[in-house]
Design a protein around this ligand. Structure first.
Ligand SMILES: NC(=O)c1ccc[n+]([C@@H]2O[C@H](COP(=O)([O-])OP(=O)(O)OC[C@H]3O[C@@H](n4cnc5c(N)ncnc54)[C@H](O)[C@@H]3O)[C@@H](O)[C@H]2O)c1
Length: 272
């Protein structure tokens, strides 16, 4: 549970479709305080200030926004120097150049700089964040990140799938490091959700359709963002006090299914 006086840094909000937004709003609804971070001011202006028509200017102005590009160590350091004591962090961040690292028929690219950039942003940055966030969690705390199927290669997901496998390994390494500080580190592995990041995955539609074949529970690529946010908040809060180094699947059960569902096993169409 989220304590009323707690403070969480929620990193990776682009717009109100972002998983980070759903998780941050849930924290607030339970009485926690949220410090939101966007990658930079320009992106916030374009995607959030101008792009989000579902919030009023007053609602936007009421949010405590900071900027932090996770590939710039000084920015991560400055962010956590500015927050004061915190109870946890959500790292909801990933990027890989869709032209060179996503899509394509085989796992190959000549653009090795793009591969390294994708790894830096999507996996290694969790360690940078932890390094500067943990000293602000003097009473212990929780770090949660977002994964997608780090153990099974999916078509078109290519280098991002490799990055997610690496991210889940980083989670375990950090959980080991920071247990002594009473800081837990976990991932939530979510099924496909409609967001800006997802829109840059070639054939995202194909991935969504795949879920109809492999998810024993009904999966809604829009509404189930709330269910993912619920699991994030569970891991951030005290009910998960002895859970660390884990990847919690919130994917309708798709990750454990052998083969595809038979017709008689599928949830009825339109069921949520
Ligand atoms: N949408 C899905 O289907 C899905 C499923 C499972 C996991 N995830 C993961 O959830 C996380 C959030 O993605 P989302 O779907 O909410 O999309 P999103 O586009 O709303 O969020 C991605 C965020 O990453 C940020 N980012 C990229 N590079 C950055 C950098 N250098 N520094 C700081 N921030 C940077 C972007 O600005 C953006 O806010 C990602 O890790 C994504 O891989 C998404």
């Amino acid at each position: 549970m989220i304590a009323k006086s707690s403070t969480y840094v929620v990193m990776g909000i682009l717009n109100t479709d972002s998983i980070a937004y759903a998780a941050g709003r849930l924290i607030e609804s339970l009485g926690g305080k949220v410090i939101w971070t966007a990658q930079n001011e320009r992106m916030k202006k374009i995607f959030f200030d101008r792009g989000c028509k579902d919030l009023s200017d007053e609602q936007k102005a009421a949010m405590d926004f900071r900027y932090c590009d996770v590939t710039v160590q000084e920015e991560v350091e400055a962010l956590f120097a500015s927050t004061g004591p915190i109870d946890g962090v959500l790292h909801s961040i990933a990027y890989a150049n869709p032209k060179t690292c996503l899509g394509g028929e085989v796992l190959f690219t000549e653009a090795t700089e793009d591969v390294l950039q994708g790894f830096h942003i999507s996996a290694a940055s969790l360690a940078t964040v932890a390094n500067y966030a943990v000293p602000q969690m003097k009473e212990g705390g929780s770090i949660v990140t977002l994964s997608f199927e780090g153990q099974r290669p999916f078509p078109f997901y290519n280098w991002m799938g490799v990055n997610k496998a690496a991210l889940e390994a980083v989670v375990k390494a950090l959980a080991r490091n920071y247990g002594k500080d009473r800081v837990r580190v976990n991932a939530v592995s979510a099924g496909p959700l409609t967001t800006k990041a997802a829109s840059s995955i070639p054939y995202f539609e194909h991935l969504s359709k795949t879920w109809e074949q492999i998810s024993p529970l009904p999966w809604d690529t829009v509404k189930d963002k709330e269910e993912v946010a619920g699991a994030v908040v569970f891991l951030l809060g005290a009910f998960a006090k002895k859970i660390t180094g884990q990847t919690l699947f919130v994917d309708g059960g798709a990750h454990f299914i052998g083969g595809t569902l038979m017709d008689f096993e599928k949830p009825a169409a339109g069921e949520a």
